[in-house]
Structure formats: structure tokens, C-alpha cells
Design a protein around this ligand. Sequence first.
Ligand code: LLP
Length: 432
Amino acid sequence: MFLTQGLAVNEKGHLTIGGCDTTELAAAYGTPLYVMDEQVIRDALKEYVRSMKEFYPQGGRIAYASKACCFLEMYRIAGEEGAGADVASAGELYTALQAGFPADRLYFHGNNKPAGELRMALEAGVGRIVVDNLPELHRLSAVARELGCTADILLRVTPGIDAHTHSFIRTGQIDSKFGLTMENGDALAAVREAAAMKEISLRGIHCHIGSQIFDAEPFIHAAEVLLDFLSDVRTQTGLAMKEMSLGGGFGIAYTAEDQPRPYSEYMAMVSGALKKKAEALDYPLPFIILEPGRSIAAPAGITLYTVGGVKNIPGVRTYISVDGGMADNPRYALYQAEYTVAAASRMNDPVACQATIAGRCCESGDMLQENVSLPDMDSGDLLAVLATGAYNYSMSSNYNRLPRPAVVMVKNGESRVVVRGETYDDLIRNDI
Ligand code: LLP
């Protein structure tokens, strides 16, 4: 069966992750449980950082998009591996700072950052604030003036690229709440305005074209469009910006059908295209920033669930109910996201049914996956949903007042809690 990196099956027929038996993890920490393999996270970061150096020695940075999976230890790991980080709110910024993440390697994103959050970012000394729109630019310059400092910014532009992914997770095309449209001149007008503000230091531009993208072409196209824009700006204003962020979006394998390219291939192709374009435009190669989130966190994670019961409706379907669901992983309910589901406690048993994995929330749509081939399952058996390291914990909720599960990090057969599971007291902490 399809297994992500770091997973194996031991002599007992149990799924293992990072050398730990999943049934032992479930017994030690309870279920539902998020488990993340530290080595897989580090390997992905290392590979990104290494291939940036190899294929783009002109200068670039990998900024881990921490919205994918955000807690103190993720920032510590990203920092240790030499990456920067993308933070999309003051909450993510706060977490990064509490983890001791170097502020100058942070990129502060979001399409509506309130003045208070902009102030917090400036006071912390974040590397770049990615300004999304004119009202935000005005807010930022006012806050910077008040603080008597200069804000180093990138302007987010919308290059109008359709990256052929699920419509909810496309962010680069023209009909987007994000960024300044290039086509109608909004982006150029904002460049002129920002360049004239003395509290603002305009360093470059940013775009993000979508998520879970497998083709290299949209990234190449985006890089070319952005460089064209930089060159246009130089012609029209004399300003030669030196930085360009291409956002994140690299696809990962959720099932055997997904076949992502190695990151180094994207890097080689994008840098090749950039070099050609820069030469043609006679524009100096910019410093580039890439913001992978999913591809760093998702493959490292699995979620473990205990089966509560099996309901067979003859001629209709078989429901296998587990002790988690849309509160810890809303992605099937939101996007019909595909996942591989493994019978973690009976990996060598033959397939005996096609089942729907149902969550425990009071909501018919609370499912984790449909049409899953599994052995006969019983109450007490353990299921694992694979590649849940991104956009699961970070998108979890307390619906039905379910406490969020713990996150356990594993490496070389050892496990440790990196986020404690919520208690009932946590659930009422802010209630009055
Ligand atoms: N940079 C920016 C500005 C972004 O908006 C995002 C993701 C990324 C980087 C990272 O993209 P990644 O490498 O993870 O694809 N909740 C959705 C995904 C939303 C992505 C939003 N932005 C999901 O669960 O699929």
C-alpha cells in the first residue's frame, strides 16, 4: 500500500512512524493523536535550503509557511534548518517570536492586517511586511511614522495565473481577495505610492498562485510575469526592486496517484527561466523567496484514531466511526480532500470492505474519507490517516467542544509531546 516517508510495517503487522509502533503511541498518549516525524520535516527543509543554494546561488530564502502547521517546535526546527518563516497573523507572529525565531527572517502576510498587528510586527523587527492593498499601505505608513521607523515591505501582486487546483485554494488569479491586480494598473499605482512614502522601504513584490500544484509551468510563468513587472516598473519609474517572492504551493502525495516532482526540479526550472528572462530584460537577478508550507509539514504527519464501531447498511455503505473527525481534520468536509487511510493495527490483513470513515461530530458531513479499502475492522482497532501534517492541526476547531488532540513528535524510535492535548478546563478557560 501507499506509505509516506518514514512509515513502515513491523513484524507485528503494525504501522510504524519514525521507528515508533503506532499502537504503542496510541496506548501511551491516547487518540485521536497527531504524530509528526521530525526527520521528515528536517529532510524537506534541508532539501529546499540546499537546492536553493545549488540552483540559485544569486541569493534566495526558503520561508516556511507556518500556517500549514504552527506551534513552537515547528518554528524551532525551521529556524535550526536555516529557513525563514511566513507568518499570516499576529498569533503566528507571536508564536514564532516565543519560539525564539529570528524576527528578521519573518515575512508578515495577510490581506487585512489591523494597525495593532502592524505595530507589533514593526516593534518586533520582522524582516518584511507583505502589503496586500492600499488601505493597508496607508495604515502601515501611519504606524511606522508614529514609531519613527521605516517599514521594509514587499507588495503583494495578483499576476492572474490559474494554477489548475481546487477552486477554494487558488489565490493567484484575478478574481481574488488577495493582492494588487497587475492587469488594470493597480499594482503599478501602488508601487508609485509606496516608493514615494518616506516611512516605507519598498524592497520587492510577492505573489502566491495557489496550493497543491504539481506542474512546474505555473511557477515558471509566475516568475516570468513578476520579473517582467519589475522591469516595467524600472522603465516607468526608475526604481529597480531587488526582491521577488513566489509564494508556496508545491504539491505533495496524499495518495499513490499523486506524483510530485522533487523540489530541486522546481528550483532548477524556475531558476533557469529566471536567468533567461533576466538576461533578455537586462535586469539584475533578484533575491528570491519561496514559501513552502504543505510540502514541509504534510508528509511528516499522520493522525491516529480508534475505531468506535462499524455500521453496515447492506447495499448502501459501511460506516466506520472514529473518535475524531472534522474538528481535527476539516479538509474532507471542506474540499473533499483525498487521503490514504491505513488499518494501523492490522496492516497485513487482507482487504475485506469498502468503508466510509465517519467522524464523531453532530454533522452528517463529518467524514474523513469515503470508499476506503480496509480489512474487517472492529471496535478498538487503530486507523491512521496519512499525510495530515499540514492544515489539520492548524485548521482544527473545538466544534462540539472536542478538545484538540496532542501533537507528538517522533524520531529514531523516540517520542515526545510537542503540543499537549487540550483538557476540559482548556475548553472553558475563557468562558465567564
Ligand atoms: N504563501 C502564502 C502567501 C500562502 O497564502 C500560502 C498558503 C503559502 C505560502 C503556503 O502554501 P503551501 O506551500 O502550503 O501550498 N487550507 C488549504 C490550503 C490553503 C493555503 C493558503 N495559503 C488546504 O488545507 O489545502
